[in-house]
Design a binder for this molecule. Structure first.
Ligand code: ADP
Ligand code: MG
Length: 393
């Protein structure tokens, strides 16, 4: 998806105020009635409808008049809210090229004022799997939009919390810098996904390192659950960095053993195929592929001394609640139906900055001020598109 941040520079305070009003309205409306947007935004000089038209023109909102006249945020609208908040916080000042398109995310380069380049991951939970779910009215009821916002936000918070905790425990992960809404800012990993690496000087060493990481994660009570050549980055010195954490689970998860074995198997398989590593004794499986039968070569889940609870202790402090963990796990695990209607109250205020209590209220407005409408000077970086305002009063 193209992220045209040029528009962002030309959006006014009123534009952001109305955009934020739609976001607030979406907490309990799939489509937010125009009058409600107007009431929440309560622009000093009026003109909400004109602003709505402008936002619509820039594809930041979607208009729906099938039942009543109303609006909802688009991904782009949500991206802009997160980017604006980050820029206001001084996290970065410019957005550059797209680094990757993940299964459920878009990753872009962003630059700090001093030119340091960072990575911005915009979570799009529901992009691939959501459509399939969309027809299930019993699951979605009236809150399909609410759910993609909620789930993408949870995914970002989980990723941020895990990255930070793992970094603190000495794991080779990107440096977690900030998180807002569905957006995570982290250090840029120099190197390439292992998937793109055709040759290694020391494949055995890299293999051992990677396998060692799976074991060390389990010792810390965690399983990555998507530990494969797409989520392992390798630099020119063959240093390994692990990325992509929204699907991680605790070793006390009911399917822990299966997830652990699957991660291990992925690595064996990849190194066997790509780098021709051989593991003592293999036999042909029925489908003709090699199956490793030497159990001694593999780390065994049951023999690892695991410290469950790392997850709970270290992550609770970050605002990533057990309920949030449950919700996201149900979705990522494919049991979307379970998420059901009971997540209304779980739209945990810690998840992002919109921590107002008065959801319907017109006087949540001070929060709009806090969240989005601060402006800070920023400068552009050469290759990057600046996101600083140009036409603001
Ligand atoms: P997804 O959850 O959608 O799979 P990932 O976190 O795996 O997203 O990121 C997708 C791709 O973006 C990665 O394979 C990698 O190429 C790139 N990428 C992600 N994070 C970084 C980073 N911090 N630095 C450099 N590239 C990154
Ligand atoms: Mg990935």
């Amino acid at each position: 998806m193209k992220l045209d941040v040029d528009v962002l520079r030309y959006l006014s305070k009123d534009d952001f105020r109305v955009l934020t009003a739609v976001e607030m309205g979406m907490r309990n409306h799939e489509i937010v009635p125009a009058e409600l947007v107007d009431r929440i935004a309560s622009l000093k000089h009026g003109g909400t409808y004109k602003v709505l038209k402008n936002l619509l023109r820039h594809k930041l909102l979607h208009h729906d008049s099938s039942k009543y006249d109303g609006f909802r945020l688009t991904y782009l609208g949500y991206d802009f809210l997160a980017i604006k908040t980050m820029v206001n916080r001084g996290v970065f000042t410019a957005v550059g090229r797209q680094l990757g398109v993940g299964k459920e995310s878009d990753i872009f380069e962003v630059a700090r004022e001093d030119g340091t380049v960072l990575a911005m991951k915009l979570h799009r939970l529901g992009r691939t799997s959501f459509r399939a779910v969309k027809s299930k009215r019993d699951y979605l009821r009236h809150r399909s939009s609410y759910n993609w916002l909620y789930l993408s936000r949870l995914a970002a918070l989980k990723e941020f919390a895990f990255m930070k905790a793992l970094e603190e425990h000495g794991f080779p992960v990107p440096n977690a810098i900030d998180c807002n809404r569905h957006c995570v800012i982290m250090s840029l990993v120099q190197g390439y996904p292992l998937m793109q690496v055709k040759q290694l000087q020391n494949p055995e060493t890299v293999f051992e390192t990677i396998l060692g990481l799976i074991v060390r994660l389990a010792e810390h009570g965690l399983i990555h659950c998507d530990f494969n050549e797409f989520n392992i980055m390798i630099d020119d010195d063959e240093k390994v960095t692990v990325i992509d954490f929204p699907q991680m689970v605790s070793v006390s998860h009911r399917n822990a053993q299966m997830y652990f074995d699957r991660d291990v198997e992925c690595i064996f398989k990849f190194f066997r195929k790509r780098f021709n590593l051989t593991f003592q004794e293999t036999r042909d499986a029925d489908d003709g592929s090699d199956v490793d039968t030497d159990e001694n070569a593999r780390p065994s889940f049951s023999s690892i001394s695991k410290t469950a609870g790392f997850l709970d202790k270290e992550l609770a402090a970050s605002g990533f609640t057990t309920k949030a963990q449950d919700d996201i796990e149900k979705f990522i695990g494919g049991n979307e139906k379970d998420l059901g209607s009971d997540n209304e109250g779980s739209d945990d205020s810690n998840v992002c900055e919109l921590n107002e209590t008065n959801v319907n209220g017109v006087d949540s407005l001070h929060l709009v001020e806090q969240n989005v409408i601060h402006e800070e000077p920023s400068s552009s970086s050469s290759k990057m598109e600046s996101v600083s305002e140009e036409n603001h009063q």
